[in-house]
Design a protein around this ligand. Structure first.
Ligand code: ZN
Length: 179
């Protein structure tokens, strides 16, 4: 962890009971909102209560992924060595973040999203005792979401064709939608 230094005197900030950080030397205080880091970094507190920053664990995971890809597609020994070294650097950063108590945000798979969206639709359908038209709208939203998750450029026409095998004209006729 790299310590964040007091903007007034260069001292170190320590966590206070009010969730602020106070400089031990000059008493200057900052809050988490005052901490400005670049997107690849995240603030953390070491066991001694000192404020610092580490590489964001999510960024390290991405860097490890990239290094594995580089290793697998490396043209020669030199490229492989470079990828391995990048992996080790990212791994070291990741361990530093974990040691500082940071965990990366959970990554959701397509399956996770699918399961949650389906369960939400079932729940709403049941709880609100939806009729056929409302259920159709809900299913259309579920199908569109899952299709857009896979390909954000999919058009309405393509969603309808892919999920229902019909034209948009036909789906509009179901409940006089968009007339
Ligand atoms: Zn200070």
């Amino acid at each position: 962890m790299i310590l964040i230094r007091c903007s007034e005197c260069g001292g170190t900030y320590h966590l206070t009971p009010t969730a602020e950080f106070q400089c031990l030397t000059c008493d200057h205080c900052i809050t988490p909102r005052d901490i400005s880091l670049d997107g690849q970094e995240a603030w953390a507190v070491d066991p001694a209560g000192r404020l610092g920053y580490v590489t964001d664990p999510a960024a390290s995971l991405t860097a490890m992924d990239d290094a594995v890809e580089d290793y697998l597609t490396a043209g020669d020994r030199q490229d492989r060595a470079r990828a391995l070294s990048a992996f080790q650097d990212a791994f070291t950063d990741y361990m530093k973040a974990r040691s500082a108590g940071l965990t990366p945000p959970r990554r959701y798979t397509r399956e996770d999203v699918h399961t949650a969206v389906d369960a939400a639709a079932d729940m709403i359908n049941e709880e609100l005792n939806f009729g056929e038209a409302e259920s159709d709208i809900l299913n259309l939203a579920v199908n569109s979401s899952l299709t857009l998750l896979e390909n954000p450029d999919t058009t309405f026409e393509e969603v309808v064709e892919k999920c229902y095998g019909i034209s948009t004209k036909e789906i509009r006729s179901w409940w006089d939608w968009g007339q």
